[in-house]
Ligand binder design. Structure first.
Ligand code: COA
Length: 168
């Protein structure tokens, strides 16, 4: 019988190409039709393998979700950037490749990110998502997040509202 290994681990420089691919696939799916095409493709192109190799050296902690040797998703986390919010930590990004979504793996990656922030001494943390990303909002709500903050993000000519979820 074959066993399927599922692991959340720190990203290594040799994961950079696979993370870049996971980033491209998940961002194009998540934001197509929400963020205008030009800034979206520019953001995706900027984060090539070299960009991700540098990202494995910090400053944010970069985790990968490894499913049988495939990088199925990634998360980045670190200190909270929004001074107005008292929570210490922040999950900056959490993205899964489309074909790995909806089967509990996001919850696993989120849980590991949360545990890591706690072990680093963070009291509470924040996650931001675009208001139009309904899947992300329902995911963070179901994980126990409370939406208490709002902000705006500018993408070329388009202003989009973002929501800040806090977790204790
Ligand atoms: C958001 C994301 C990380 C969630 O991970 P996932 O593996 O798909 O979610 P899970 O299967 O672990 O589901 C956990 C909960 O999220 C919610 N959820 C997941 N998929 C959902 C869907 N299609 N519709 C509504 N709610 C959904 C549910 O509440 C679910 O709990 P349940 O299974 O008890 O009902 C993942 O879907 C993703 O990468 N999406 C695209 C990128 C994105 O929006 N990232 C967040 C940017 S801030």
């Amino acid at each position: 019988m074959k066993t399927l290994s599922i692991d959340v681990r720190r990203a290594e420089p040799q994961d950079a190409g696979a993370i870049s691919e996971a980033h491209r696939a998940s961002w194009l799916q998540a934001y197509g039709g929400i963020i205008p095409h030009k800034p979206l493709t520019q953001m995706v192109q900027r984060r090539d393998e070299t960009w991700w190799r540098k990202a494995t050296r910090g400053p944010a902690t970069l985790l990968v979700l490894d499913v049988a040797g495939v990088v199925a998703g990634y998360a980045t986390l670190g200190l909270n950037r929004a001074r107005a919010l008292p929570q210490d930590g922040e999950i900056y990004e959490i993205y899964l490749r489309p074909e790995y979504q909806g089967i509990g793996l996001g919850r696993l990656l989120f849980g590991e990110s949360r545990r890591l922030l706690k072990s680093l001494g963070c009291e509470g943390f924040v996650v931001w998502c675009l208001e139009d990303s309904q899947l992300a909002s329902s995911f963070f709500r179901s994980a126990g997040g409370v939406d208490i903050a709002e902000g705006m993000e500018n993408f070329a000519e388009k202003e989009l509202k973002k929501i800040g979820f806090i977790f204790r």
